[in-house]
Design a protein around this ligand. Structure first.
Ligand code: SIN
Ligand code: FE2
Length: 224
């Protein structure tokens, strides 16, 4: 016999069986898109491998002299770097002296569809920071503010092991939400949330079928 489901049951079933379906507001101008990149997961990881063959992951140093636990590289016209001189974007990889590898078309397409879904139509990033987290690594809360124009949103794609994202507001003291970021989830923040503080808690160990004991994150920005 057919029994109508209670709405909360429907919501639970949707998140279990239709991971591509959900969108959750994290604040004004900030959204979590469940599974938006899930279908492209394998292709995105392959594209990361191709970038890394040309611009290897490295542990950068903060202006204060601390080596970051998260390994980083970039693709696109601009790449985000930090060293003793400060945080900034460069057109060349300081480790190789060559231009950063081109942004894979898949990254551009994904950034656009995610930004569209979150209410920021026509987003065209020119910089993609690629982060690699191993168990025990973390990223302290910070604002993304090295870009030339804060009128553009940020699109952040999670791949591999799950992590806990902290997402607050423009003031350091604003309360931070904890958000589970699974493989294929995408966070978009812009407008009134563009300068929201955010960070990633220490990665727990685990094994992901496509990424092994790692988490990758793509941060797509219009930086230059
Ligand atoms: C970042 O803020 O640069 C990365 C965030 C993440 O890894 O989810
Ligand atoms: Fe960030």
């Amino acid at each position: 016999m057919f029994r109508p489901m209670m709405p909360y049951m429907w919501a639970t079933m949707q998140s279990l069986f239709d991971p591509d379906g959900g969108m959750e507001a994290l604040g004004p101008g900030a959204a979590l898109l469940h599974g938006h990149a899930l279908a492209d997961g394998e292709a995105l990881l392959q594209a990361i491998d191709a970038v890394v063959a040309d611009a290897p992951f490295r542990h950068m140093v903060t202006p204060g002299g601390f080596e970051m636990s998260v390994a980083m590289t970039n693709c696109g016209a601009g790449g985000w770097i930090t060293d003793r001189k400060g945080y900034r974007y460069t057109r060349e990889d300081p480790d190789t002296g060559r231009a950063w590898p081109a942004m894979p078309p898949l990254f551009l397409a994904l950034a656009r569809t995610a930004a569209d879904a979150a209410g920021f139509p026509g987003f065209v990033p020119d910089a993609c920071l690629i982060n690699r987290y191993e168990p025990g690594t973390r990223l302290s809360p910070h604002q993304d503010k090295d870009e030339a124009d804060f009128g553009h949103p940020i699109v952040s794609v999670s791949l591999g092991l799950p992590a806990t994202f902290q997402f607050g507001g423009p003031k350091r003291a604003d309360p931070m939400k904890k958000v589970a970021l699974h493989h294929g989830y995408v966070v978009v923040w812009g407008g009134p949330s563009r300068l929201a503080h955010h960070g990633v808690l220490t990665l727990k160990s685990g094994e992901h079928p496509l990424a092994g004991h790692r988490r990758f994150n793509l941060t797509l920005r219009k930086a230059l």
